[in-house]
Design a protein around this ligand. Structure first.
Ligand SMILES: NC(=O)c1ccc[n+]([C@@H]2O[C@H](COP(=O)([O-])OP(=O)(O)OC[C@H]3O[C@@H](n4cnc5c(N)ncnc54)[C@H](OP(=O)(O)O)[C@@H]3O)[C@@H](O)[C@H]2O)c1
Length: 247
């Protein structure tokens, strides 16, 4: 029997959930539980960690999961590593639904850095107005550069004080559009952008707006992951499921 675990938290995961529900594929959608009001799904939803790779392994067995689709964010590396390990241990077929990384084009002024700490180290000493588009989890890495003004864009209002002395948090959930992002960068007089290389359409507008304004961008490269089968579209995941189990 086919019973899919869909590891979510991205726009693409929600699109895949809609396709699985439409096709009548039995599936469970999993959220980490990072946001107060996650996007509703047309599938049964579970929320919260599994307890590491071993916890996930036990959960896959208990739940009779036949296939796992990892549609988490490209920077959710721990979850993806755990999925590789637990699927190998249980012999469960695994596929990743992974967005293609963004690539610089003509007119872009990008500097690639290896991780969040390297992005903080690469900021200049002279004060700037930085759009720090990295979510809320790793803001403390920038506490060592308190001279900058930071613009943050968060899904939920921050609980408690931010680790940055001079910051403005805009509360908003993607996908984001070019006109709005251009207006955001202009109105806040942003001089530099810091972003993860998330890929996909939903968060790319800020890069197009930065190009229009000639702003330098620090692009944080994706964390390395173990080898796994990977596709870029919902249609390819569905084709994989058809080929695997004839669903
Ligand atoms: N990182 C980002 O930039 C980013 C951006 C947008 C959305 N997201 C989404 O936010 C979630 C958390 O991201 P993260 O960077 O904190 O991931 P992470 O560092 O890889 O995950 C840390 C732990 O959170 C739990 N977890 C993560 N994703 C889960 C899921 N879909 N279902 C159940 N448990 C999950 C797992 O706990 P256990 O070890 O206990 O199983 C995992 O070991 C992900 O689902 C991701 O798709 C992340």
């Amino acid at each position: 029997m086919t019973r899919v675990l869909l590891l979510g938290g991205t726009t693409e995961a929600s699109r895949l959930a809609a396709a699985l529900a439409r096709d009548g594929v039995e599936a469970v959608f999993s959220y980490a539980g990072r946001t107060a009001a996650p996007v509703a799904q047309p599938l049964p939803v579970r929320v919260g960690g599994f307890g590491g790779a071993e916890g996930l392994e036990a959960w896959l067995r208990d739940q009779g999961i036949s296939h796992v689709v990892d549609a988490t964010h490209p920077f959710a590396a721990q979850m993806s590593r755990n999925a590789v390990a637990a699927c190998a241990a249980t012999g469960t077929p695994l596929i990743a639904l992974e967005r293609r990384p963004w690539a610089a084009g003509p007119g872009d002024d990008w500097t690639h850095v290896a991780d969040i700490e390297a992005a903080a180290a690469a900021l200049p000493d002279a004060p700037e107005r930085v759009f720090l588009a990295i979510g809320r989890q790793h803001l403390a890495a920038f506490a060592g550069k308190p001279q900058h003004h930071y613009l943050l864009r968060l899904v939920d209002p921050p609980e408690g004080a931010l680790p940055l002395p001079d910051a403005e948090a805009v509360i908003s959930r993607g996908p984001f559009g070019y006109d709005d992002d251009l207006e955001l960068l202009r109105s806040r007089r942003i001089t530099r952008l810091v972003t993860k290389n998330a890929g996909g359409d939903g968060a790319r507008a800020k890069l197009d707006a930065a190009r229009t304004l000639g702003l330098p961008v620090l692009v944080i490269d994706r964390p390395a992951l173990p080898p796994r089968e990977s596709v870029e579209t919902v249609a390819e995941v569905l084709a994989w499921l058809h080929a695997e189990r004839g669903v």
